[in-house]
Write a new protein. Structure first.
Length: 194
């Protein structure tokens, strides 16, 4: 059950998304709040799936449209904010400053992502046994999902830490920040167009 689920979601996790873009913008020293926000979003989707609220959104085209538009607007807004944010190159990935916004941005980026919600509405039912209690099974799958995304983002954190000096140089920092911002805007526009 768990291995099949992980194989099914691996391509979705490996596709660059908001969490990876935030990790690139925030730098390896801000990885923990980005990962924690993403994992909290996964558990939020699992909880919604357990209580059936997510099913209501998927059954109502208007409710799904509201979630999709809210997520797209959030990603575009976050991308534009990242693009325009005055950030000196030397501060990219620095340990100073509040960490709560990184958590909040990663959490909202995950919770407002229809792709993440659809995992728990379309894939999870394929891997649960209806003869047993659903909540514990969904919790096991969500935990496996959380471990996999943590490992994926942790791997990227290690890569970013290794090339940190290059990234923090003025030329690289601005380019990476703007590339991540463009990815966020692209993801938002793609979500709207889907």
């Amino acid at each position: 059950m768990v291995a099949g689920f992980l194989l099914a979601i691996l391509p979705l996790i490996a596709t660059p998304g908001a969490s990876l873009a935030l990790l690139m913008v925030r730098g390896p020293r801000r990885a923990l709040p980005v990962v924690a926000g993403t994992v909290t979003g996964i558990y939020t989707h699992a909880l919604l799936a357990m209580v059936g609220l997510a099913a209501v959104v998927m059954q109502s085209s208007q409710a799904f449209l509201v979630v999709r538009v809210a997520g797209a607007v959030y990603l575009v807004g976050l991308g534009l904010w990242t693009w325009r944010a005055p950030r000196p190159a030397s501060s990219l990935g620095s340990p100073t400053g509040p960490e709560r916004p990184a958590f909040r941005q990663a959490y909202l980026g995950n919770v407002l992502n229809p792709k993440a919600a659809s995992i728990y509405l379309t894939l999870v039912p394929q891997f649960v046994d209806p003869r047993h209690a659903l909540a514990p099974q969904i919790l096991v799958l969500a935990t496996a999902h959380a471990v996999l995304i943590t490992a994926w983002l942790g791997g990227w954190t290690a890569v970013l830490a290794r090339v940190g000096r290059m990234i923090r140089s003025g030329r690289w920092a601005s380019g990476i920040r703007r590339s991540a911002a463009a990815v966020l805007v692209f993801l938002g526009v793609r979500t709207l167009a889907a």
